[in-house]
Design a protein around this ligand. Structure first.
Ligand code: NIG
Ligand code: FE
Length: 411
């Protein structure tokens, strides 16, 4: 079925350049068209133009946007949506003053989620994850990456990845899947980290690849978790199975994660709360997208990544939610863009580019997603009339989304 949206106040995020991402100064420009229409054909965007040239002879379903704005759906390139239950007990511990690392060192954190996940059926995990998927769809997300990493045994990692596959098959949004066996050392390998890394490389990755369950591989390369050497080993093993790397780097410390990611041509290095000038330098002339997850810094009360320095250095930065039970229990990408503006001084245009085209690029998907472009997948949402682009991050809790279209279908 084709769809015509008419009387659009402004289409935002038009891209006719074919660029796979926007970098540096370009991040501050976002093309728009006022008083416009947009037409889809099947799952893709067919055309758009000014209302003065509204097509008259097309047979299709019509939406009257009544002056509302049309935005490309958010692309969320980093989430851990498949988890069991929640961890608000740790939230209380944090209020009392314990740090994220202290909680992890006492056996909480990721291991706590892994324990729960072991005792949760695949069916129940799917049910819980789909509630979160419905939640993020309603907030404007149309393409999402989901990681494993709360299994930490072969069986449980496969369980999560199968749930992700089922989400891929059943949810209306587009999903990419990442194997994150090296999220923490599984309890059975306590005190034997290098053996666990061997297990990840020699048992887990081949098993994941045999069922074609992952698009990417990830490693938590940080102080107290995995070293750059271990990270390199896992990236290399993943590469032999065609899995590109997306690395958790520099959340807790300058960990070497950025450098190892760049060296091994990772698709993205994510977090970056701890960044020096050398790490920014290392990212220049690389194809690795620095991805920031300000919902994590907000929740943990830690410093934010130096977004301005990275953009001013000419880099293309992406934004993602990190939706997970321990450091960012929210997948609200619009709030992520607000945090980017409020806490990291990104302009609304920079934040929107980072949360759409550049985040799609951090999943290798910007040819099909992340902007309003003829031929791209028809993933967009329509708002109530709003006064300007800046209203989006400014009025961050005002519900404004009226219609959601994913792959050309009204949701
Ligand atoms: O991206 N930092 C590592 N992993 C997650 C948090 C995992 C957890 O605490 O459950 C993150 O922040
Ligand atoms: Fe994460």
């Amino acid at each position: 079925m084709n769809l015509l949206v008419k009387n659009i106040g402004t289409i935002v995020g038009i891209d006719e350049s074919g660029h796979t991402c926007v970098a540096g100064k370009e991040m501050n420009s976002i093309a728009t068209l006022e008083e416009a229409w947009l037409l889809t054909e099947g799952t893709r965007i067919k055309d758009y133009g000014p209302m003065s040239q509204l097509p008259t002879s097309v047979e299709c379903e019509t939406i009257d946007a009544q002056g509302g704005w049309l935005f490309p759906s958010f692309c969320d390139s980093h989430t851990h949506i498949v988890y069991a239950g929640s961890r608000e007990q740790e939230f209380l511990d944090k209020i009392k003053g314990l740090s994220y690392e202290e909680i992890a060192a006492h056996g909480g954190g990721i291991l706590n989620s892994a324990d729960r996940l072991h005792n949760t059926s695949e069916e129940e995990l799917y049910k819980q994850a789909m509630e979160r998927i419905d939640e993020i769809i309603a907030m404007g997300t149309g393409l999402v990456e989901i990681k494993s990493g709360y299994g930490l045994t072969l069986e449980s990692e496969l369980k999560i990845l199968r749930v992700i596959r089922r989400i891929k098959e059943t949810a209306p949004l587009e999903v990419r899947s990442t194997f994150l066996g090296a999220h923490a050392v599984g309890r059975a390998f306590k005190g034997r980290q290098s053996e666990y890394v061997e297990h990840v490389c020699n048992e887990m990755i081949p098993a994941v690849a045999a069922e074609n369950l992952a698009d990417f591989v990830d490693i938590f390369c940080d102080r107290g978790f995995f070293t750059p050497e271990e990270t390199a080993k896992i990236i290399e093993r993943g590469a032999t199975y065609g899995l590109r790397a997306k690395i958790h780097a520099n959340e807790l410390a300058v960990s070497g994660g950025v450098e190892v990611g760049v060296k091994h041509r990772a698709l993205s290095v994510d977090h970056l709360e701890s960044m020096g000038d050398e790490q920014i330098e290392a990212l220049k002339d690389s194809n690795t997208i620095p991805t920031m997850l300000p919902g994590c810094a907000f929740f943990l009360g830690i410093g934010y990544p130096p977004a301005r320095k990275m953009i001013d250095a000419g880099l293309p930065v992406a934004l993602a939610s990190d939706y997970n039970p321990g450091t960012a229990p929210s997948g609200n990408m619009r709030f992520v863009t607000s945090l980017a503006s409020i806490k990291m001084k990104m302009t609304p245009a920079e934040a929107l580019n980072a949360a759409t085209l550049n985040s799609a690029c951090a999943m290798g998907e910007s040819k099909d997603y992340g902007s309003i472009t003829r031929g791209k997948i028809a993933n967009f949402y329509i708002t109530k009339p709003i006064p300007s682009l800046a209203f989006m991050p400014y009025a961050h809790q005002t519900p404004i989304i009226k219609n959601i279209i994913l792959k050309g279908k009204v949701q």
